[in-house]
Design a protein around this ligand. Structure first.
Ligand code: GLU
Length: 389
């Protein structure tokens, strides 16, 4: 039997009894969400989705769309152009605060509404319908399936979204967004109304966790540098004004939304998503936070936990008639390269006759700086060290 699902189920059972918090009620469509719904999904590097609870239930993505729209803007315009118009500092204020940098009007970061509206304005071109379809296509590629929009929620957002409209007009007055304000803000409302399941969100999170490659479809959705930038912003700003404490307790870059969804990332390991509609005073899902706290503690997913394998790459020494072969495996980072050099020095020093071949062909990943260290060592050793990659 698959050992993972029962472990996830056990975490879900632990938090199920907690009925604290309240469902978002600023629009009737969200207020009507059955509050007891609870779901949890995890995707690892092989792209297998493990999910438990109400994992087939669709809900609107809301603010969890923000990192993906940021990714699209970064892919399209590059880092400098995007961050000239929106900052990357945690605001410490509620998600819908009217806090723009004095003078420039630059929103604090792309995860609060002001910054997200600015980012939506940068992510696509054309009419609201064209922009919305570009955004939906991108989010669909992150999810690995075609996503749709909940038109009722969109209408609810649009009818009640006066504060977001006010923010958009302020952004327009500062030149942070260009063109027609209504086009930008309606695009933002539509992006919040995209329907996903917890399984979709876990795959979307995993695509960011694996450097922009969707582990289910194998498609590269965004560049590695873009995924890294997005995950960095999530790490400091993803959980509204709870982001600092979240990093301390859970230690996974994350993003939450008012429908009760939450996604988190263990870089190079997992994409995780939860859904439970009751929210705490910061607007984060109460049981979602508890699930992620358990996951971080029990499964060792805090990003600042030590990862020895990075400093200790796999090294296997094979002695053949033609000389010594040093097989490298796993990940070779700068710190690990120093260890390999130590091993090579011992080998060449102890046995001055035979040639040494460094076989790097089985490395899962090698940082360019680590390879430079190895090449430099080859040069110092003259013709006796060889290298295959
Ligand atoms: N549609 C919501 C708004 O912009 C999204 C907020 C959220 O999920 O934080 O007000």
């Amino acid at each position: 039997m698959d050992p993972i699902a029962p472990m996830l189920e056990a975490v879900l059972q632990e938090v199920r009894e907690d009925t604290s918090g309240a469902v978002a009620d600023y629009i009737p469509q969200l207020a009507a969400a059955p509050p007891d719904r609870l779901a949890f999904a995890v995707v690892g590097p092989r792209g297998h989705v493990f999910s438990v609870g109400d994992d087939e239930v669709a809900f609107t993505i809301q603010s969890v769309s923000k990192p993906f729209v940021l990714a699209l803007a970064l892919e399209r315009l590059g880092r400098d152009a995007v961050f000239a118009r929106v900052g990357v500092e945690p605001s410490g204020e509620p998600f819908n605060a009217i806090s723009l940098e004095a003078g420039t009007g630059r929103p604090a970061n792309p995860m609060v509404n002001a910054g997200a509206i600015a980012t939506s304005g940068l992510a696509a071109e054309g009419s609201a319908a064209e922009r919305s379809s570009t955004l939906r296509d991108t989010l669909s590629r992150f999810a690995g399936r075609s996503l749709s929009i909940d038109e009722e929620v969109y209408l609810g957002e649009s009818e009640t979204g006066h504060r977001n409209r006010a923010l958009a007009h302020l952004l327009r007055s500062h030149g942070i967004i260009d063109g027609d304000v209504t086009t930008v803000v309606e695009t933002y409302f539509r992006q919040c109304s995209i329907l996903v399941t917890v399984r979709d969100l876990s795959v979307m999170a995993a695509t960011l966790a694996f450097g922009g490659v969707n582990p289910v479809t194998g498609e590269r959705v965004v560049r590695e540098a873009v995924a890294r930038d997005v995950v960095s912003v999530m790490a400091s700003c993803g959980m509204y004004d709870y982001s600092g404490e979240w990093m301390l307790r859970v230690g996974m870059p994350a993003k939450s939304g008012v429908s009760g969804d939450l996604m988190a990332i263990a870089p190079s390991q997992f994409g995780v998503a939860t859904f439970s509609p009751r929210l705490d005073r910061h607007g984060n899902s109460v049981r979602g936070i508890r699930v992620l706290e358990r996951l971080s503690e029990e499964f060792g997913m805090h990003v600042f936990e030590p990862h020895e394998s990075i400093a200790e790459p796999g090294i296997r020494i094979e002695r053949t008639d033609g000389g010594v072969i040093v097989h490298l495996g796993g990940e070779l980072a700068f710190s690990g390269a120093a260890r390999v050099v130590g091993v090579l020095r011992d080998l060449t020093g102890a046995d001055s006759e035979s040639d040494v071949l460094v076989d790097a062909s089985a490395l899962a990943r090698a940082h360019p700086a680590a390879l430079s260290v190895l090449r430099a060592q080859l040069e110092t050793e003259g013709g006796r060290l060889h290298f295959t990659q």
